[in-house]
Write a protein that binds this ligand. Sequence first.
Ligand SMILES: NC(=O)c1ccc[n+]([C@@H]2O[C@H](COP(=O)([O-])OP(=O)(O)OC[C@H]3O[C@@H](n4cnc5c(N)ncnc54)[C@H](O)[C@@H]3O)[C@@H](O)[C@H]2O)c1
Length: 423
Amino acid sequence: MTTAAKNYDVADLALAGGGQTRIEWADRHMPVLASIRERFAREKPLEGIQLGLCLHVTTETANLVRALTAGGADVALCASNPLSTQDDVAAALVDRHEIEVYAIKGEGDEAYYAHINAVCDKHPKITMDDGADVIGVLHSERTDQLPEVIGGTEETTTGVIRLRALEREGKLGFPIIAVNESATKHFFDNRYGTGQSTLDGIIRATNILIAGKRVVVVGYGWCGRGVALRAKGLGAHVIVCEVDPLKALEAVMDGYEVMPSIDAAREGDIFITVTGDMHAIGGQHFGVMKSGAIIANSGHFNVEVDIPALLEMAVARREARPFVEEYELGDGRRIFLLAEGRLINLSAAEGHPAAVMDMSFANQALAAEHLAKNASGLEREVHVLPPEIDQEIAKLKLETMGVAIDELTAEQEKYLSSWDQGT
Ligand SMILES: NC(=O)c1ccc[n+]([C@@H]2O[C@H](COP(=O)([O-])OP(=O)(O)OC[C@H]3O[C@@H](n4cnc5c(N)ncnc54)[C@H](O)[C@@H]3O)[C@@H](O)[C@H]2O)c1
């Protein structure tokens, strides 16, 4: 056992024992990350490097932190969402792993940003974001620190969108690895992880039967595809709303009903936003929804649902159950908003299962190693990890799942790289 970290702000260190047991449970489902941790322990690719992490504080993140510290890094961690922290995990990281953690589930905006600043106070050389909040603070309030940072990584679609905007304006202070863009991240995490855990969050919060319900999925990107698939699997009639004709066409061919969101608003029993956009559901939708409609968001920020408009239309509100807020409208209809519009899977459930975060966080660990080795040669742009790393992670994952695949023969390789063989 180690001694606790000196600086931290977590809910209750007494929760550490339970948190540690859960971290070990997640570790059992993260064999790829474990193999990276073992290699990092031997090779120490991050020796003496200060890392500033702003990630959901979950059991899976704890195992990423273990891999990074095994590699020699000094890590400080804050939450990337005020509602997603698992307080027992935060306590275990402080108490059992000597990590500086600044995160408390349900913290207000002020504490949230104070915690981000506490991580910045450590003067990170590498940042690791989920939603670009540390990078946002460094690029607005703490620009004097920008030259100290050799590079950063970004976990999610919304963060990548923000960073590409900084890059376009020529304001990006250091190179970024967009981990989200790795195939072994978004194919699996966004689709299967968000798909399963979003339904899990809705069910834990409400205990409703999904079968027979009309579930409206707003946004048919990587996350939306997974959410729609899992809702359909549970017996829902799924309606998809999109703005991109290609995605809409794909949804039609995948067997879903597709219609404008204002029409879907009249029909839906449950609404799930996964657009990365603002006000995907707003006042005009609330105006026509059935009484009893349930709204959940699984996109990164709580702006996907226009909550101020809902507040304005409401004459009364109360907590119906934990994570379920009932809004009574002037005409007597009731609308139920889950988890204050924040990511439902991380607020009311535990986020993605460890088996999928295994690949996402393998990418994060290897991205940190890539930056430690190559940052000086990288432009101040948004980069993706080399495809060989994706291939390697997929190969390792298959091996740990006991799945073997074929290899191309020399003859096949030649055929596939030629233009003059065929009919
Ligand atoms: N809950 C989680 O754990 C989790 C995990 C991964 C990603 N995310 C977040 O989920 C969001 C979506 O991520 P993604 O990877 O699916 O992105 P994506 O870009 O693949 O998909 C978003 C889709 O939403 C559509 N869209 C945008 N505005 C819309 C609108 N007003 N109405 C209808 N459709 C609209 C886009 O056309 C696009 O097809 C992002 O905010 C991302 O950061 C959350």
